[in-house]
Design a protein around this ligand. Structure first.
Ligand code: CA
Length: 381
């Protein structure tokens, strides 16, 4: 494997370390916390053999990685799961900041969004919906050093060890591919990186260099994120021009349980749904293929029911949660309606967006994201 070259001056690295400790709180900054362990050395030998890598740089990188207790705190589900609340979840992503940020990002990257739509069939508002929910358009990409985060999750979080060992392996391969040091990545507490919050395996598999500068840069480049999100959705089966979801109601006496138990993957025909008592809120049920019945619960109010079509399911491949997919869809729709209605928000001047990172990424409350994480309750997200 290539040597990782640190291009950052030493003083800056020291500053970064101070910054990380300041932001993340105390870590177990114990040299060789990981590499003195037999399970870790076995992992290193295994991934080196599988990928024809030298073990020495992997040992070196992991020997300076830190155990991050905060990562374990954040990823661990609360002992008693609170009641699910669609209204509370929705309110986190459908406020004015998300909507105006979407309009502004649309104005700033209009030609790139249109190019992505032409190439991949995914409309601008859906790409913006994902960018908005994931990172508020690059404002909130997370401050967790990804190597230490993934090592902590891979070796000290047994419930998801297999998933995160795979992502840690992918991080080493990504660093090799990009000629970056594996400790140079920063992102969410679940290991997701950059504007679109891809896990390392998803970057390797689905990321595209959409601005054609010869590299994939999710830290600074919204354009690479735009193309990569569109490519990710297309690769997972996005159908251009097809609907995502429609709201429905239940005739009195309808039992939705068997329909919901049919699962998140669309399998219910229009005839089946009509016979079971599902009715559109307005007009007629679209005849556009199979659907899934989505129930959005909020304590104290009536359950909201929607039909999710194939494209709704595709959004759940980004994060396996019906709440997530519905928030993306509704944010997208709200942005599109605002734009169609003539609301505009001026694009900022055409400068490279600064990677202003604030607290940890907001979209993933307790689940690792995309792309790989099984439904904890959700599927990726
Ligand atoms: Ca690029």
């Amino acid at each position: 494997m290539k040597c990782w070259t640190l291009k950052t001056p030493a003083s800056l690295l020291r500053l970064s370390a101070v910054f990380l400790v300041f932001v993340l709180g105390p870590t177990y900054a114990q040299a060789d916390y990981f590499t003195k362990r037999e399970d870790v050395t076995a992992f290193i030998e295994e991934i080196a053999a599988r990928n024809q890598l030298d073990t020495a740089p992997i040992y070196a990188a992991l020997s300076s990685a830190n155990y991050l207790p905060r990562v374990i705190d954040l990823i661990t589900p609360p002992p008693k799961r609170g009641a699910r609340s669609w209204h509370r979840y929705r309110s986190r992503f459908l406020g004015q900041g998300h909507i105006e940020g979407g309009l502004r990002t649309w104005a700033q990257y209009e030609s790139e969004l249109r190019r992505a739509e032409k190439q991949y069939g995914v409309p601008p508002e859906i790409i913006l919906g994902i960018l908005g929910v994931e990172t508020i358009y690059g404002r909130n990409m997370g401050n967790f050093e990804t190597l230490s985060t993934l090592a902590t999750l891979a070796f000290d979080y047994p419930p998801r060890a297999e998933l995160f060992r795979g992502e840690l392996e992918s991080l080493f391969l990504l660093a090799r591919d990009q000629n970056r040091h594996p400790a140079s990545y920063v992102g969410s507490f679940a290991g997701a990186i950059g504007w679109p919050q891809f896990l390392p395996s998803s970057i390797r598999r689905y990321a595209v260099d959409f601005n054609g500068d010869g590299k994939i840069d999710f830290d600074n480049d919204a354009v690479d994120a735009i193309g990569s999100i569109a490519n990710y959705l297309r690769e997972h089966g996005w159908i251009a021009g097809a609907p995502v979801a429609v709201r429905v109601r239940l005739l009195p006496g309808t039992n939705p349980a068997p329909l919901i138990e049919a699962g998140i993957e669309p399998s219910l025909s229009r005839t089946q749904l009509l016979e079971a008592g599902i009715r559109p809120i307005t007009h007629s049920l679209p005849d556009v293929g199979e659907a899934t019945l989505v129930d959005l619960e909020t304590t104290g109010v009536d359950i909201e029911y929607w039909l999710g079509y194939r494209n709704f399911y595709v959004i759940t491949r980004y994060n396996r949660s019906s709440f997530y997919a519905m928030a993306v869809f509704q944010l997208a729709d709200t942005i599109r309606v605002a734009r169609d209605g003539g609301r505009t928000v001026a694009a900022p001047p055409k400068t490279k967006p600064a990677a202003a990172r604030k607290a940890s990424s907001g979209a993933k409350a307790s689940k690792p994201t995309r792309k790989a994480a099984p439904r904890k309750g959700k599927g990726k997200k």
